[in-house]
Design a protein around this ligand. Structure first.
Ligand code: FMN
Length: 184
């Protein structure tokens, strides 16, 4: 039997792939795709998720499609901007639509972008939150500080060390997702 490729879903805590977190996800997904994964990106700009608790939210067609897509994926690459020392509201609301039944036992790679100096607050907050979803964030992680200067004119990461850390992170997610998939 032919083995199915890993399915990897990119989630950004900012609207649009052209945002800095969107650009990080684009880079991360292209590394995963080059390694043989089937990649998907949930674009909150094209397919907004309602706020949890909003009128009619539980039956919203985007929520159903999002949860189905998440359930069908083996691993996740996530990037949130840091807002006031933590993940953005868009990121948290995206996570709030996910439960153990969609992402439990699956690998996550965590990234964040910051206007100022890098730190691990947003990464740590996402890591703690993933405990409640029974998900498996890999130990590697990436915070990109002073993000306005982080990309060159071609949308590639300008700093070679940052690009290398991104490669290592994505490889770890793919390796862990393969392991966890074989266990399930
Ligand atoms: C409401 C708000 C709060 C922010 N808080 C922080 C912060 O606590 N630390 C920081 O380094 N940057 C902060 N920033 C800057 C964002 O992290 C930065 O805009 C983000 O990483 C994405 O870059 P982009 O807006 O160019 O896409 C904040 C931005 C906004 C809009």
């Amino acid at each position: 039997m032919t083995e199915q490729p890993l399915r990897i879903l990119g989630l950004s805590g900012e609207y649009r792939p052209s945002s800095k977190s969107g650009m990080m996800i684009t880079q991360a997904l292209s590394i995963a795709e080059a390694a043989g994964a089937e990649v998907h990106f949930w674009d909150c700009d094209k397919n907004p998720l309602p706020f949890v608790g909003e009128d009619g939210c539980w039956e919203h067609e985007n929520v159903k499609a999002f949860q189905e897509l998440a359930s069908s994926c083996d691993g996740f690459l996530v990037c949130s901007p840091e807002y006031h020392g933590t993940m953005s509201g868009v990121m948290k609301n995206t996570f709030d639509w996910l439960y153990d039944k969609h992402v439990g036992g699956k690998a996550f790679g965590l990234m964040c972008t910051l206007g100022g100096m890098e730190n691990s607050n947003t990464l740590n907050h996402m890591r703690i939150m993933l405990r409640w979803l029974h998900a498996w964030p890999v130990p590697e992680q990436l915070a990109v500080g002073h993000v306005k200067e982080a990309f060159d004119d071609h949308g590639e990461l300008a700093n070679a060390a940052t690009a290398e850390r991104l490669n290592t992170l994505v490889e770890s997610v793919l390796r862990t997702a393969t392991m966890l998939k074989s266990e399930s």
